[in-house]
Design a protein around this ligand. Structure first.
Ligand SMILES: NC(=O)c1ccc[n+]([C@@H]2O[C@H](COP(=O)([O-])OP(=O)(O)OC[C@H]3O[C@@H](n4cnc5c(N)ncnc54)[C@H](OP(=O)(O)O)[C@@H]3O)[C@@H](O)[C@H]2O)c1
Length: 303
């Protein structure tokens, strides 16, 4: 039996990990997140509210629950907000990870940490795990600092980098590209989407599977976890429109500069995912396969 403590269980990835772990007889799950539990499933695991910025509470939780593995999904994930609120971004994305890495080395639990393609500058995607990092924005800097803190701590750890997650859960704290495009086009609302950025959109269930594999196998090192196809962001929007038979003419192509976002985005990312396929039995879904998963979930939720 592996005892897993999960952080950020109210988040998009966190909720999917809960869904999967409650089905596993070989895993005991302690789920944690800030505030009350927003997950619709309430049985098969225990939930504890844990503000990760409270260092004493974190140390106490790790001591009293004594997990074999911590899957750390919680983060400040709003890229533009990180630019405006650097101290909060540092505290959540770096300080918390430094503490978890230190506790992991002391208490000998395995750490699975989630990172991002934004640690790269996007000049030369798709990237391998060994490629040189060079973040363009504060969020990327914070996530890279966290990776380095883990690597330098001597903790037993896996770092799973991912790209542009999409999926749906009840009570989501923020949207994602697929839901935004679908909802906007359904409401006949014109949208502007960038044509000069390339990504490999990742179905959140695929990342949840990889996180669980990395946890139960106690995999070590860096893994690239993304969807199997790289495409322009505007092509994601077109493919979403085609899948749900929505009006593509509402989509206009623009360049990143005209979008005027606070944080600079890397132009072309995308990952080489061979290592994850080999070592984590990673089998990611293509975009239309992922949209089909989402479609059946939306129907079940009657949204
Ligand atoms: N989403 C993407 O496209 C993407 C791309 C690359 C990498 N990633 C990485 O993937 C991971 C999961 O992302 P996600 O999209 O699932 O994120 P998310 O939906 O924004 O969830 C993050 C969770 O962290 C929780 N959290 C934030 N601060 C906390 C604190 N002080 N104490 C306890 N919990 C706290 C949030 O709680 P509240 O709900 O209460 O705010 C939220 O539930 C993150 O590490 C992110 O950096 C995401």
């Amino acid at each position: 039996m592996t005892h897993i403590l999960l952080t950020g269980s109210n988040g998009l990835l966190g909720q999917k990990i809960v869904n999967k772990l409650v089905e596993r007889p070989d895993v005991q799950l302690t789920a944690t997140s800030r505030g009350a539990n927003r997950h619709p499933i309430l049985n098969g695991y225990t939930y504890h509210s844990l503000d990760l910025l409270d260092q004493e509470a974190v140390a106490h939780a790790l001591e009293s629950f004594a997990p074999d593995v911590v899957i750390h999904t919680a983060a400040m994930t709003q890229v533009d907000a990180c630019e405006d609120e650097k101290e909060t971004c540092d505290a959540i994305n770096v300080g918390v990870v430094e503490q978890l890495a230190e506790l992991s080395a002391q208490r000998e639990f395995h750490l699975v940490h989630i990172s991002t393609d934004f640690i790269f500058d996007g000049a030369a995607g798709p990237y391998s795990e060994e490629a040189e990092t060079n973040p363009l924005n504060y969020y990327g800097h914070s996530k890279l600092k966290a990776e380095n803190a883990i690597l330098e701590s001597g903790a037993s750890a896996a770092i799973l980098r991912t790209i542009l997650l999409y999926g749906i859960t009840p009570a989501m704290s923020r949207s994602n590209i697929v839901l935004w495009v679908k909802k906007s086009l359904e409401a006949q609302k014109p949208i502007r989407v960038v044509h000069d950025q390339e990504r490999s959109p990742t179905l959140v269930e695929d990342l949840a599977d990889a996180s669980i594999e990395a946890a139960v196998r106690k995999a070590k090192g860096i893994y690239h976890i993304s969807g199997p196809e790289a495409m322009r962001v505007v092509d994601i929007a077109y493919r979403v429109a085609e899948f749900w038979k929505l009006d593509k003419s509402l989509i206009s192509e623009i360049d990143s500069a005209s979008l005027g976002q606070k944080a600079k985005r890397p132009p072309i990312t995308g990952f080489i995912i061979d290592k994850a396929r080999r070592e984590l039995d990673y089998k990611p879904k293509k975009l239309e396969e992922g949209l089909a998963v989402l479609d059946s979930q939306l129907k079940a939720l009657s949204i």
